[in-house]
Design a protein around this ligand. Sequence first.
Ligand SMILES: [Zn+2]
Ligand SMILES: [Zn+2]
Length: 202
Amino acid sequence: MNPVELLVAKPAGHGERIEPAGVFFCSKCRRVWPNEHDAGQCCLCSYCGKELPKGENYHHYECMMSAYRKRHEAQLASARVVTDHEGFVFCEQGGPNDGYAQDIDEMAEWWQDEIDSGDRGRDEYPEFVLACMVRPPRQVDADDLVEMLAEEGYEDMHDDVVVPDSLKDALKEFNDANKNLVTYEPDYKRKVKMPELVRSSC
Ligand SMILES: [Zn+2]
Ligand SMILES: [Zn+2]
């Protein structure tokens, strides 16, 4: 903030000439920036534009979180409602496993308990949660290993790598044995309606 241009002294005749250096410093923290605009933005929150406390860079943590929440709310609002979703769901505001639940029933139960125990208010109960999509584990094949081996070798080394059939069989077995290791990711295009709260909070 309050950018100040640096000056340089250049020898001229018997004395020296003072010239603008074309770089600017922030008058608060004195960091140097390549242009006036960047120096002017220094020490200001990139979200709210207000001055940052000493030692903080780029933005207030709260401003970043609130922007993140708003983005999430907008995504949730534009998601399509699905009624046939089975399996994992995700809720940004919380869920049994870091926001994830095995299904909508487990999610609803967790929220019900939170509200009954007084940890959350009834007004926090989410109307919708996101459906999750399933990402299967990556299939490892012989080409991956050939690439890995030849990557830093001589040119066209991959043409010379020998892949025994037993390795192909072993890799198939390996992939089959691990195919259940799926990862769940929130699908920002689909949401599931939460059931109505049943018990009243006490
Ligand atoms: Zn600064
Ligand atoms: Zn801010």
